[in-house]
Each structure stands twice: as C-alpha cells, then as structure tokens.
Design a protein around this ligand. Sequence first.
Ligand SMILES: [Zn+2]
Length: 98
Amino acid sequence: MSGLGRSWDHALVNKNKKGAYMSCLICAGQAESIECAGGWEQRQCAQCGCYRMSQALILTMMEEGQIFDTARMRQWLMVSRDSMPVPSIDRAQAILMP
Ligand SMILES: [Zn+2]
C-alpha cells in the first residue's frame, strides 16, 4: 500500500474530535467533519464540496485498498447536487480508480 501516493491512513484518525479538521475521503485534502446520522461520515471539502459517505463503504475500501477516482467523483457530486443538497455516497455511487 505504499506506491499509490495516498492511502486511507488519513481517513478515520481523530474520530473523537468533533468538528476538527479532517481529510477529505475523496481527495485526501483538508476537509471539515460535520456531525451526521450514525453509519455515515459527512465532510465539507473545499475542492469536493459537501457530501456524505457510508462508513461501511469506507471500511470496505480501506480493506481492499481501493481509492476514489477524484475527478469523476466530483463530477458525480456536482450533478447529484441538482437533486439533493448533500449527496450520499454508498457502494452503488462509488467511482473507483481503475
Ligand atoms: Zn475533497
């Protein structure tokens, strides 16, 4: 897991620090963690905007060493915001790097 440039090491650290700055789950940039329903992570990223992601999906991706296709994921978020203000990303919505 070292050759990929970025990994999931950043994703779930400082979990108990509510409102602390954390990394974006999509681009690994600096993002704000927003409290939300159980089983979900919500982030406000300067680059990706606001979105919600299933913790089950995050864990699966960590286990499998998968990462998001950042550009296509951002595109999906932009389109989805027309129909929902905070798009939710679960397995069916995840666009992974090939
Ligand atoms: Zn981001």
